[in-house]
Design a protein. Structure first.
Length: 460
């Protein structure tokens, strides 16, 4: 029995020894596999976390892009036009010269606007106006300048001068709207053209600031708008707009020289304007009534009767002008709630030209517009214009070739029909008839003109 227990004890000791050897041999393998499993698990977790982070970053970038797009807007207009103009002109008591032109033309305006912040906005328009297959046209609008347009006319015209396929900046201004005041401040190149009733010719909402027959050109300047519409009363609205719009007389070939002796002509000429607007909405028998009054004034503006600069120290070859504009607009929209619109615009121009002798000028102009906008979008309308000698209107942003709105001593008629041709597309056809007598030095000739036109407009 003793030997039996001793034998079993030896066997047990051998078994323990073998187990310890096996454990010693397998321990590194077991521990290694466990460590590998932990490493693989950690790598898997790290990869998943990295994927989640990448997805979050992509989502943040997407949200930032969407936020940027909500602050950024693009729109535009593309107009193609055909006009057949016949014009007889000449000095009084002389045989008249007949001109007949019938070109195709186009205009593209691309609007790019930004909401910089909640209160700060930026607006811009890049535009092109040209005749078909005609580039670098030689201008001849100003008979007193060998280069065509005076410098101030060129800047006020923008892309409307049919100057070719190059893009011009027709609008570029920033505006800031105060939270605590009914006040908005703006600076830059502003939409002071194509105001009412020009928009009604195509059945559109108001496009510009000034009434078209009071001022229809692009102005650079500083503006303050007191908008009392913020006072809660939807029936009555009232705004006062004030503009500081100085003329700058600097020679285009030099950054410091002027076209005329600098000792006799200021490089920056004062001009300002104030426009008051009152609207009465949804009061029978019309849906809207607009009353506007504008007063503008300028001092020592160079008329440029002669196109050649005088010698240094010599008397000016042209004249300077101190003048004022007083404009009045009365408009009724949707009279009787049947789509009938009517407006009357009157402009009083007064000026004193320095020279030998001094010349005092006073003239009136009137524009009447009546049109009917039907429920299907069709617009049928008529305009009548009447001006006296010495009349002057800043009418530089126009696509029509016939100078219907701004000739002196004139009387004219305009019949038009516009019609929708699909979503965002419309057409317009019309007929102009205009007779004008001789005016001042800028219009020594008489005119007898008529024109028919067709226009295709696409908005986007």
């Amino acid at each position: 029995m003793k030997e039996f227990f001793m034998l079993n004890s030896r066997k047990t000791n051998k078994m323990k020894f073998l187990v310890s050897v096996v454990i010693t041999i397998l321990s590194p393998l077991i521990l290694g596999n466990a460590a590998g499993a932990q490493t693989n698990s950690a790598q898997t977790n790290s990869t998943e976390q990295e994927a989640r982070i990448n997805k979050l970053e992509d989502r943040i970038l997407e949200l930032e892009a969407q936020s940027a797009l909500t602050k950024f807007r693009m729109s535009g207009v593309f107009i193609n036009r055909y006009e057949n103009l016949t014009l007889d002109h000449g000095l009084p008591d002389t045989d008249k010269t007949r001109e007949s032109v019938h070109p195709l033309s186009m205009y593209l305006g691309l609007n790019v606007d930004f909401d910089v912040t909640k209160n700060l906005k930026f607006y811009s328009t890049f535009a092109m106006g040209k005749f078909f297959n005609n580039e670098d046209r030689v201008e001849s609008l100003d008979p007193n300048s060998a280069n065509g347009y005076n410098v101030y006319q060129a800047t006020e015209t923008g892309a409307m001068g049919y100057s070719g396929s190059v893009l011009k900046v027709d609008r570029a201004y920033a505006s800031y709207e105060f939270d605590s005041l009914p006040l908005t401040l703006a600076i830059g190149r502003m939409p002071t053209n194509y105001g009412p009733p020009a928009n009604q010719l195509d059945g559109l909402p108001r496009q510009g600031t000034y009434p078209r027959f009071i001022f229809n050109a692009i102005f650079d300047g500083v503006a303050a708008v007191w908008d009392f519409n913020k006072v809660p009363d939807a029936t009555h609205t009232f705004k006062i707009r004030s503009f500081y719009q100085p003329f700058t007389l600097i020679d285009r070939s030099d950054r410091t020289h002027q076209a005329i002796d600098g000792q006799q002509l200021e490089s920056s000429v004062l001009q300002y304007a104030v426009l008051a607007e009152y609207s009465l909405n949804d009061v029978k028998p019309w849906r809207r009534m607009d009353i506007m009054y504008m007063h503008a004034a300028w001092k020592q503006f160079y008329d440029g009767y002669a196109g050649t600069p005088g010698a240094l120290g010599a008397p000016m070859t042209g004249q300077t002008e101190d003048g004022t504009d007083d404009g009045f607009y009365l408009g009724f929209e949707d009279i009787g709630y049947i789509g009938l619109n009517f407006s009357w615009t009157a402009l009083l121009y007064q000026a004193v030209d320095s020279g030998a002798p001094d010349l005092q000028k006073k003239s009136w102009g009137h524009l009447f517009n009546i049109n009917e906008k039907f429920s299907n979008g069709l617009v049928v309308g008529y305009e009548f214009v009447k001006t006296t000698p010495y009349f002057y209107l800043d009418e530089w942003t126009r696509l029509n070739l016939l100078p219907f709105y701004y000739l002196q001593n004139a009387q004219g008629h305009h019949v038009f029909v516009s019609f929708p041709m699909g979503e965002k597309v419309s057409g317009r056809v019309g007929y102009y008839r205009l007779v004008a007598g001789a005016g001042d030095v800028f219009q020594p000739e008489q005119f007898d003109a008529y024109s028919t036109y067709a226009q295709l407009r696409m908005s986007f």
